[in-house]
Every structure is written in structure tokens, then in C-alpha cells.
Design a protein around this ligand. Structure first.
Ligand SMILES: [Zn+2]
Length: 281
């Protein structure tokens, strides 16, 4: 059944890259409308749907654009919405970049649960994508494939060459409970050695040890929430990216060293199959 939230809920924070203050409000959506972002700081509050056709940029985060309406760093908010199986939602924001919270999806999960997740009155059913044969995308170094499965499972291998971190592997069947307990608290991460270069590019201006795991030369600069927190965060990002198909997915995603670009290549291929009616809707 399609789900939304019962009441509105608010949060104010800063953007990870811009460092700018932003106010966010989650509001109930209507059946079959999906997730829609509204820029309430712009004249006439323009909107952009959280759909793959509106992707604008994927460098160090995913941005959407519809004309003048730009929304940056959407993936952690979308992961929370999708992980909790919310189908229809209005997200109002007062600046171009969504707030980063603590670098994970935890604050957004708390906000959405506080607003009470409910089925729509008419209990409209939700069209999902059931994968019937493998769909994949690859680069020389990274790979992602989705295989038929009765549930939504993600298996991820992370490998950070030239770092003491090395490889991490995790695999989860993504139910709302599993998402909330095992995935949502996993924070974004970066290398200490990259911070200065990112700041010169105008990125990570709001980043700190309060909202990111920082990888040093031989150890992490902050305490981890899970031993394999980094790969869990990669699963979180992937959930956010694949939610841009606009459907719930039944399939087993296996990813090796994948990032936003490759995740979104797979999302496009899945969305194209639905458009061509090659999959049951
Ligand atoms: Zn992330």
C-alpha cells in the first residue's frame, strides 16, 4: 500500500558542501504523486520531482534541477524516505542544498517517524519493479548488477586502495526496521588528506567531525558507529540513488566499488525497462 506521513515536521541544519543554513519541512503527499521538492525561498516556490530524469549533477553528491529549481545533496534524505517505504511526500526547503544532519539518514528517519507514517485513506496499492532478469552497469573498476529476488536486498563491496581501511563487505535485506537500525545511522566519510582540495573547489564547507567520518593516515579521526560503517553508508547512498526510479524494487543489487554515477546508470536502465513495459508495473 502507498504510504505518506500524517503531519508536517520541521528541521533546520546546514548543507554539507555549501555550509549554508537551510530549513526543511516534510509534508504529507497525495497518492501517486511521489516525492517532490519545493524551493520555498524562490518566487512561486518552484518544484522538482525526485525522479531520474531531473538529475543535474553527481559529483560528490546528487543534485536535481527543474529550470531554476535546484536541489543539492539529496541522497541521504531520499534514502530515509525510501528506507521507511514512504511513497508520497512533499519536501519544502529554503536553500539549494538539503541539510546534512550528522552525515547519515538518522535525523530524517526520526523526523519522518515523528510525523507518523500512514497508508493513504483509499489504500492505493504501490506499483513496484520486480526484476525478472539481470540488469547491470560497469566501468573498468566498478560494477553493479541487480538480480531477480523476492525481496529488496543490497550487497556491497567497498575497497579503498592506498588506505588502511582496505575492503569492507555488507549485505542486508532492506526492510524499514533493518534500514532504521543497520543503515540509517551510517555516516558519510572522506579522507583528511582531501579536505583542503575539496574546500578549494567550494565543497565540504559545512563538513566537520560532527557530520562525517574522517579517514586519517593510519586510523579514523572519530569513533565509528559500526565496524563496517563505511560500506553501510555506501548501501545508504545506493538506496537513495535507486529511489529515483520512483518505484519500490524487488531484486538483489550486488555492487562492487560503485558510486553515484554507476548507481544512477543502473537506476536509468531499470527505469527504462519500466518505460518500455519490459517489466510488470
Ligand atoms: Zn552519502
Amino acid at each position: 500500500m502507498q504510504q505518506t506521513i500524517k503531519t508536517t515536521t520541521d528541521y533546520t541544519g546546514i548543507g554539507l558542501h555549501t555550509g549554508n543554513k537551510v530549513h526543511l519541512r516534510f509534508c504529507p503527499g497525495l497518492p501517486d504523486t511521489g516525492i517532490i521538492f519545493f524551493r520555498v525561498d524562490l518566487p512561486d516556490s518552484p518544484c522538482v520531482p525526485a525522479r531520474i530524469e531531473y538529475i543535474d549533477n553527481t559529483y560528490r553528491g546528487v543534485s536535481l534541477r527543474n529550470g531554476l529549481c535546484e536541489i543539492k545533496t539529496i541522497e541521504h534524505v531520499l534514502a530515509a524516505i525510501n528506507g521507511l517505504r514512504i511513497d508520497n511526500l512533499i519536501v519544502e526547503v529554503s536553500a539549494p542544498e538539503l541539510p546534512t544532519g550528522d552525515g547519515s539518514s538518522q535525523i530524517f528517519v526520526e523526523l519522518l517517524k515523528k510525523a507518523e507514517i500512514v497508508c493513504h485513506d483509499g489504500c492505493e496499492s504501490k506499483a513496484s519493479i520486480k526484476i525478472l532478469s539481470p540488469v547491470w552497469a560497469s566501468t573498468e573498476q566498478s560494477h553493479i548488477v541487480i538480480l531477480p529476488s523476492e525481496n529488496y536486498r543490497i550487497s556491497f563491496t567497498l575497497h579503498l586502495e592506498d588506505s588502511f581501511v582496505g575492503s569492507q563487505f555488507a549485505s542486508f535485506s532492506i526492510s524499514p526496521n533493518v534500514f532504521e537500525q543497520e543503515i540509517a545511522p551510517a555516516r558519510t566519510f572522506g579522507f583528511f588528506s582531501e579536505i583542503e582540495q575539496l574546500r578549494q573547489q567550494g565543497l565540504a564547507m559545512g563538513g566537520s567531525l560532527e557530520n562525517a567520518v574522517v579517514i586519517g593516515e593510519s586510523d579514523f579521526l572519530n569513533n565509528l558507529r559500526f565496524k563496517d560503517e563505511l560500506v553501510r553508508h555506501k548501501i545508504l547512498d545506493l538506496i537513495g540513488d535507486l529511489s529515483l526510479t520512483g518505484r519500490r524494487i524487488l531484486g538483489h543489487v550486488i555492487a562492487v566499488k560503485s558510486g553515484h554515477n554507476l548507481n544512477l546508470s543502473l537506476a536509468r536502465k531499470i527505469a527504462d525497462l519500466v518505460c518500455c513495459n519490459a517489466l510488470p508495473q
